[in-house]
Design a protein around this ligand. Structure first.
Ligand code: BES
Ligand code: ZN
Length: 620
């Protein structure tokens, strides 16, 4: 291997970046230089060693040279062992290339510099992953529902694809891919690609994703999965013991696809399947194209949490079709998606359901603006130098959704719906930034419908802090009834049983628990528990909120169940706030440390990082 400095000295006369029209803004979270040379296709060939926790094989990258004087390909990697880099000629004959892996940056990983004296069309990188790859979780058999077979899943968003594939890990770069995945014979492989639901278990899986996608949508899972249809173009992949419950819970999937198509144009990805992961999955869901990854904690038994499917499905338009060009602009993915999610929920489950979910989000945003002085309230933050995982908050989701609901209210759906649909068509398969959205908004909505919304009003949303004064005040009527009863119960004039909680939906419980005073008396906690046994609820978001009260009110009767919740579940938003709350007192911190020691082996690398931050951040 040659030294990095020597390699660069031999290569560079530094030229200004010539951005292709595809690449419209700098992405500070990637070392890649897509303005010089663009990766247009990836062919992966990987062996999956479930026992060693290693992926090994090669990645072939097809290159489109934009800058005729460039002689270097720079890729993103993290903890990858690069064995060899070859130039492939038209007949796939290999000749070796010199390369250098730069020192690892804690957030960005290591740039892989490949010297290409001749601007070749294809390179092959032979490599293997680290057992600690940040984008992979390897589970032992005992950590799965079936307990018989090990399990693997990836989570690439935001910048973790680079920990399992060397590539230009920027959402501004889009490419097609194929993959050849070898697994142990008894297991199934599934990817964000064309999954064959009838594929034989022969240890040999081939995939193709013919539409251009950004790297954060690269996804792979391997394990014991049963497959069962929920509709003509949708199925559930899940542990054989979980699949039936998931099929029942998600039986409205086809209705959701059809609803979204009617509103916003054809679903362009062929099938829409859902993989229900083990409970350690660190997120609620991930919109991997053609195969959403989902937490089992939404299997409430009553469809009350299926807006998660509406959300991940909505990304098939906002995110996967029209993509944020860098993580600063993530509201273009998440804000639009939350808006579309709401429209799907309203169409299928009614306006009350949508309003309840929206109010839960806006109430939470108001609370975090009031309580968290460190939170960046801008819709488009500057994440330079920050880990995009840490920069993630409710703001792009809820403020983004709220902004679009504001536009909808001002222009009316008869104008706004065709505008959104036109936006998805206009920018389909492109990665864009907020200024590009604003130009489109101005030309196609504001200027064509004068007098409805001013640019000053738009800019208050896009550039201001806090909640803009033009934010529509959308309240859920059903919460008013819950609030009235809650106040009577708190005043001691209504018995806990008379709250009528047995009839509450998940969202009414969430509202009730979110809106109680931070500290309740022991007697109040006991009354609620006696009436509704919240300590042993099977509903994870309700349990999470109850356990927060248990910690704040020192209601130790709930601690055994809370501990089981924190060990079983790895979904960050349902456990990290409990660690934060526990860490506020010395006894609580000791308990948190004890729980974490037991839970850690089952947690995803991202969950571990968040919990460790929560346990070290404490100032007492
Ligand atoms: N794409 C996100 C998950 C994500 C965002 C992962 C940023 C990494 C970085 C996904 O679509 C999402 O928003 N999931 C939510 C669920 C949703 C119903 C709000 C989640 O996991 O909480
Ligand atoms: Zn999302």
């Amino acid at each position: 291997m040659i030294s990095h400095r020597r390699l660069l000295a031999g290569l560079t006369s530094v030229l200004p970046l010539l951005f292709s029209p595809l690449v419209s803004a700098a992405d500070t979270h990637s070392y890649a230089e897509p303005g010089k040379v663009l990766v247009t296709a990836l062919d992966l060939d990987l062996n999956v060693a479930m026992d060693k926790h290693v992926l090994s094989g090669h990645a072939d990258l097809s290159l489109d040279w934009k800058d005729k004087s460039a002689h270097e390909l720079v890729l993103d990697t993290r903890d990858l062992s690069i064995e060899q880099v070859d130039l492939l000629d038209a007949k796939n004959k290999a000749s070796s290339l010199e390369f250098e892996l730069s020192a690892a940056d804690p957030i960005l990983g290591s740039a892989l510099h490949i010297a290409m004296p001749k601007q070749g069309a294809k390179v092959r990188i032979t490599y293997h992953t680290s057992p600690n790859a940040s984008g992979l979780q390897w589970l032992d058999a005992l950590q799965t529902a079936g307990k018989k077979h090990p399990f693997l899943f990836s989570q690439s968003e935001a910048i973790h694809a680079r920990s399992w594939v060397p590539l230009q890990d920027s959402p501004a770069v889009r490419f097609t891919y194929t993959a050849h995945i070898r697994t142990p014979k008894e297991l199934r492989a599934a990817m964000s690609a064309d999954n064959d639901i009838n594929h034989a278990l022969d240890g040999d899986f081939k995939f193709s994703m013919p539409q251009r996608i950004p790297s954060y949508l690269m996804a792979l899972s391997v394990g014991d999965m049963a497959v069962e249809a929920t509709g003509p173009r949708s199925a559930i992949f899940a542990d054989p013991g979980v699949v039936k419950a998931a099929v029942t819970e998600f039986s409205d999937t086809e209705k959701m696809i059809a609803t979204a198509e009617k509103l916003f144009g054809a679903y362009r990805w062929g099938r829409y399947d859902i993989l229900v992961l083990p409970p350690s999955f660190p997120f609620g869901g991930m919109e991997n194209p053609r195969l959403t990854f989902a937490t089992p904690t939404v299997l409430a038994g009553d469809k009350s949490l299926v807006s998660l499917v509406a959300h991940e499905l909505a990304h098939s338009w906002s995110g996967n079709l029209v993509t944020n060009a860098s993580w600063d602009h993530i509201w273009l993915n998440e804000g639009f998606t939350t808006y579309v999610q709401g429209r799907i929920v309203e169409a299928i489950y009614g306006r009350d359901q949508d309003l309840m979910e929206f109010q839960l989000s806006t109430d939470a945003l108001r609370r975090s603006f009031a309580d968290d002085p460190k939170l960046d309230q801008h819709l488009v933050p500057d994440l330079k130098g920050l880990d995009p995982d840490d920069g993630l908050s409710d703001v792009p989701y809820t403020k983004g959704d709220w902004f679009l609901r504001f536009l909808e209210a001002r222009f009316g759906r008869e104008v706004f719906d065709p505008f959104i649909r036109g936006y998805f068509d206009h920018f389909a398969f492109q990665s864009i930034t907020t200024p590009q959205f604003v130009d489109y908004l101005k030309a196609n909505l504001l200027d064509k419908n004068p007098g409805k919304v001013s640019m000053d009003e738009v800019n208050e949303w896009l550039q201001g802090v806090g909640i803009p004064k033009t934010a529509p005040d959308l309240q859920a009527p059903r919460f008013k009834i819950v609030a009235a009863n809650r106040d009577k119960w708190l005043a001691g004039t209504l018995d806990a049983k008379a709250l009528n909680g047995k009839k509450y939906s998940t969202q009414e419980w969430e509202y009730f628990l979110d809106s109680l005073p931070p500290k309740l008396t022991l007697a109040q906690m006991q009354q609620l528990d006696a009436a509704y046994d919240l300590t042993h609820t099977g509903n994870a978001p309700i349990g999470f909120r109850w356990y927060l009260h248990a910690v704040r009110s020192n209601y130790t009767a709930a601690y055994t169940a809370m501990q089981a919740h924190m060990i079983r579940i790895g979904r960050r938003i349902l456990i990290v706030p409990l660690y934060v709350e526990l860490a506020k007192t010395p006894d609580g911190l000791a308990l948190a440390r004890k729980i974490y020691a037991e839970a850690k082996p089952g947690y995803h690398p991202l969950t571990r990082a968040s919990v460790e931050k929560a346990l070290s951040d404490t100032k007492r």
